[in-house]
Write a protein that binds this ligand. Structure first.
Ligand code: ADP
Ligand code: MG
Length: 311
């Protein structure tokens, strides 16, 4: 039996509530397979599209209705944790009962401390929300003062700071629940970013933390054996998307670091997963991280597929 942290990719979540509920029901099956095999499972998830649309919806409505406020990113992150956590709880509950597994599941609204001096605050990099044309983006930039960048040939998108996670505020309670055999959903969307003041106040900030890096942080705190990163691809590749693409079955820390330096992993997508995996397995002998697709999760845990990063 192992303790496994599963980081679920945002693209496993679709773009409407109906789509998300369906996709999350599909996602529940391989997760419950792992629980059925006797593993202790903790779940984290992304929120890029969801947090962007929640923020934008309030922004637009606030311009039309005097009594609707615009909503800061920390609060939008909290809403996205509730929204996605609800669907995951709902789907896991059903799948567990169908298999007569007597385990309860809950979402812990999670705050993650970031460093107020993190240089990410001066250099926003995390694309969120919808895509715009260059002209629209320039107009929006002038109107709002927000930052927009060109995102991988797909159009312009708003970017906000993505500081590094330092610690998970609710880690003790998450640990207690996991130790008691409960299934926990935590650090959704990378956690609600907060800075810690000298008087112990935690202040929400305008940022979105990368969920792969926050998952690594929680994995350390819970002393998990496997960090399982489930995304849209079955394996990590070199020369990704090129005719000479080559899928990788396993990577030592040294190999992964070398390929990372050579630029094989795209920033904002595969790079944070590789960074999270390397720093997780470096933390303790015998740890493994697996990057694979949701559909292949069951096979990957049995060593049949995925890319394994090992120490
Ligand atoms: P998630 O929502 O799961 O975090 P991302 O889109 O952020 O998903 O990252 C996964 C994506 O990374 C893949 O779908 C793929 O398009 C892209 N990618 C970039 N570089 C690589 C690579 N070297 N190998 C595999 N996939 C890569
Ligand atoms: Mg991602």
């Amino acid at each position: 039996m192992s303790r496994i942290l599963i980081a679920l990719g945002g693209n496993a979540l679709g773009s409407t509530p109906e789509e998300q509920l369906q996709l999350v029901h599909d996602s529940a099956k391989p997760i419950v397979d792992l629980i059925e095999q006797g593993h202790e499972v903790v779940i984290a998830h992304g929120n890029g599209p969801q947090v962007g649309s929640i923020n934008l919806a309030f922004e637009k409505s606030s311009k039309e209705h005097a009594n609707i406020p615009s909503m800061p990113f920390a609060e939008c992150g909290a809403m996205s944790q509730g929204y996605i956590g609800y669907h995951l709880q709902n789907a896991l509950h059903e799948e567990l009962l169908k298999r007569s597994i007597n385990k309860s599941v809950a979402t812990v609204v999670s705050q993650v401390v970031v460093d107020k001096n993190d240089h990410a605050f001066q250099n926003p990099t995390k694309p969120i929300g919808p895509f715009y044309s260059k002209e629209e983006a320039e107009r929006l930039m002038a109107e709002t003062g927000d930052h927009y960048i060109e995102d991988s040939g797909r159009g312009y998108r708003r970017v906000i700071p993505s500081p590094a996670p330092v610690k998970v505020v609710e880690k003790d309670i998450i640990q207690d629940l996991v130790n008691a055999g409960r299934i926990v959903i935590a650090v959704g969307g990378g956690g609600i970013p907060v800075v810690e003041e000298k008087n112990h106040a935690l202040i929400g900030v305008e940022a979105v933390i990368d969920k792969d890096l926050a998952s690594k942080c929680l994995a350390d705190e819970l002393n998990v054996d496997f960090l399982f990163i489930l995304t849209a691809v079955e394996k990590v590749a070199i020369n990704y998307g090129k005719p000479n693409q080559q899928n990788l079955n396993q990577l030592s820390i040294e190999e992964a670091e070398k390929l990372m330096k050579e630029g094989h992993f795209a920033p904002g997508s595969m790079l944070p997963k590789i960074q999270a995996a390397i720093s997780f397995v470096k933390g303790k002998q015998g740890r493994k991280s697996i990057i694979t697709s949701l559909e292949k999760a069951k096979d990957a845990i049995l060593g049949k597929t995925g890319t394994v990063i090992f120490n």
